[in-house]
Design a protein around this ligand. Structure first.
Ligand code: ADP
Ligand code: MG
Length: 605
């Protein structure tokens, strides 16, 4: 036999394994979900690659996951006919921490510690392959990649800092392609190997895996067998209560002559345990909200229900089916608002998973929080990144997806329950404002989604439609003031005249607000007007005689002030915009507002 070689785990792996075991001890069953999800990923990879290279699939045409368990010995084996691993891949994938599931787990763990969340929460995250040690003393991974002519075996034990790799030599254990994981369960965890338990876990956690998952189940059927005359047994079979009359008595005695007995024959077989029809191909009328939510949670590793979902088919020029979701919470790494590579959209072509690694091709980056699946029949199966970027079909798809997203969010904002949209706005308002800056074409969809505090609504944010409803009959513009906070907005002298006239003023207190609004320019033909700018026109009739009088009276004062201040101001004017303050500093019409100035300074410094 070729000798087995010993390897040390990367230091972080050992630490991670400790963490997993310590934080998930009450939620051990997630191991099965993780291992099935790895098998499903491996099958996805194979199916995708085999589109352009049919050689890869020739050793085993069927794509499946099979789970066999031996409850007496506490052994579970999970076999997939996926892409498998070469020797190098075994070392890389199962000896280091570079993989996504585990990295995500670490972030979540850190966040949940900060937030004081309990460890059950962590169980909802993809923790990956190492979760197998939650329940196993020993794990054996035997795997055959189509890239290699040899099959290799990885072997590791719980609480060990090393693993071994050797070549598979036992002919009984050779597989045509793919991976077989064998778990030797810890003494206290042997119950997981009970076939019914496995079946239940698969149904619970992996019902939406798009490859068939078979579990090895014990079956029974009843059959009548003839038995030899045996008086003792006759008595047992007879129920005196049922003997009602002579006729029946006769029947019974006749039966006694050719005596049969019902027995249960036991046998084992592979049972299909999941539903492989993708949920997006089903008629939306027949899918329950719970099914949509479960699909979301299992597909995107989420533990919270989504805030909204939308299932639709588009027809015409380009046909595709899609389910989109708005999460109920911004991702843990909230700062990555501009990171478009979120693996949030899973693209399928004719049901074959193509990719979830997009960079703005299917969704603009400001909508990168939207999760979903898209299945197209119009794209080629061997679609490459270049094709995606150039494709007219993809451009049309993107346009439709964005519109559908706006509809979905709009429905949220129309909800009777204001809290629902407030939650959306808290989490994703920044994205919508970013959209106002980046996506001119969709301004008319973005505008209605905006929310602001105002001089008349300091506690509850209002929409622009609500603002317009509340406008004075003669009012033409939407007034706003940008400030650092609600209280500084409230105390600005610019407000005085407007408040006196009972005009509502939006308080733009988020740094991005003002940029968003200046990009929008107007909403429903009402221009946005910054009340701190020099030419603020409140639409009053000017009393020319009165004005002349005032100029005569204060003109010299203005000249004097300008002289004293010199270059510090560009001009000094008489204004009708103040009621109680004697003077105010304003920005020029085409200059930066004071708020913008503050922002620019903050960025420069
Ligand atoms: P993740 O799935 O997030 O990448 P895991 O810890 O679950 O992290 O898995 C680590 C890596 O091991 C996978 O990315 C994959 O490359 C490899 N792997 C795990 N299970 C299988 C399998 N059944 N077939 C092929 N490769 C696998
Ligand atoms: Mg995984």
């Amino acid at each position: 036999d070729p000798p087995s070689e010993k390897y040390e785990y990367q230091a972080e792996v050992s630490r991670l394994m400790d963490l997993i075991v310590n934080s998930l001890y009450s939620n051990k069953e997630v191991f099965l979900r993780e291992l099935i999800s790895n098998a499903s990923d491996a099958l996805d990879k194979l199916r995708f690659l085999s589109v352009t290279n049919s050689e890869l699939i020739k050793d085993e045409v069927d794509l499946y996951i099979r789970i066999q368990s031996d409850k007496d010995n506490g052994i579970i084996s999970i076999t997939d006919s996926g892409i498998g691993m070469t020797r190098e891949e075994l070392v890389d994938c199962l000896g280091t921490i570079a993989q996504s599931g585990t990295a995500k787990f670490l972030t979540a763990l850190k966040e949940s510690k900060d937030a004081g969340a309990d460890s059950n929460l962590i169980g909802q995250f993809g923790v990956g392959f190492y979760s197998s040690f939650l329940v196993s003393d020993r794990v054996v991974v035997s795997t055959k990649s189509p890239k290699s002519d040899k099959q290799y075996v990885w072997e590791g034990e719980a609480n060990s800092s090393s693993f071994t790799i050797r070549e598979e030599t036992d002919p009984e254990k050779l597989i045509p392609r793919g991976t077989r994981l064998t778990l030797y369960l810890k003494r206290d965890d042997k119950a997981f190997a009970h076939p019914e338990r496995i079946q239940k876990l698969v149904k619970n956690y992996s019902q939406f895996v798009s490859f068939p998952i078979y579990t090895w189940q014990e079956k029974g059927y009843t059959k009548e067998v003839e038995v030899d005359e045996d008086p003792a047994e006759v008595e047992v079979d007879e129920d005196p209560a049922e003997v009602k009359n002579d006729e029946q008595q006769d029947l019974n005695s006749e039966e006694k002559k050719k005596k049969t007995k019902t027995v249960v024959e036991k046998y084992w077989e592979w049972e299909l345990t999941n539903d492989t029809q993708p949920i997006w191909l089903r008629n939306s009328k027949e899918v329950t909200t719970e099914e949509y939510n479960d699909f979301y949670k299992s597909t995107f590793d989420q533990y919270l229900e989504p805030l909204a979902s939308s299932h639709f088919t588009t027809e015409g020029e380009v046909e595709f089916k899609s389910i989109l979701y708005v999460p109920s919470m911004a991702p843990f790494d909230k700062d990555d608002i501009s990171n478009p590579k979120t693996k949030n959209i899973r693209l399928y072509v004719k049901r074959v998973f193509i990719s979830d690694d997009f960079d703005g091709e299917l969704f603009p980056r400001y909508l990168s929080f939207v999760k979903g699946v898209v299945d197209s029949n119009d794209l080629p199966l061997n679609v490459s990144r270049e094709i995606l970027q150039e494709s007219r079909i993809v451009r049309i798809m993107k346009k439709r997806l964005v519109r559908k997203t706006f509809e979905m969010i709009r429905r949220l904002s129309d909800s009777e329950n204001r809290e629902v949209y407030e939650k959306f706005w808290d989490n994703f308002g920044k994205h919508i404002k970013l959209g106002c800056i980046e996506d001119r074409e969709n301004h008319k969809y973005l505008g209605p989604l905006l929310r602001f505090f105002s001089s008349q609504s300091e506690e509850e944010m209002i929409s622009l439609d609500e603002y317009i409803e509340n406008m004075k009959p003669e009012q033409k513009n939407i007034y706003y003031i940008a400030a650092e906070s609600k209280s500084s907005a409230k105390n600005t002298p610019f407000l005085e005249r407007l408040l006196e006239k009972d005009l509502e003023v939006l308080f733009l207190v988020d740094p991005i607000d003002e940029v968003a609004v200046t990009n929008l320019k107007s909403y429903n033909e009402k221009s946005f007007v910054d009340i701190s700018k020099e030419d603020l026109d409140l639409g009053e009739l000017k009393d020319e005689i009165e004005e002349k009088k005032i100029k005569a009276e204060f003109g010299q004062t203005c000249d004097w002030i300008k002289k004293r201040l010199g270059d510090k101001v560009s001009k000094v004017q008489i204004s009708n915009r103040l009621s109680t303050s004697p003077c105010v500093l304003v920005s020029a019409k085409f200059g930066w507002s004071a708020n913008m100035e503050r922002l620019m300074k903050a960025q420069a410094g």
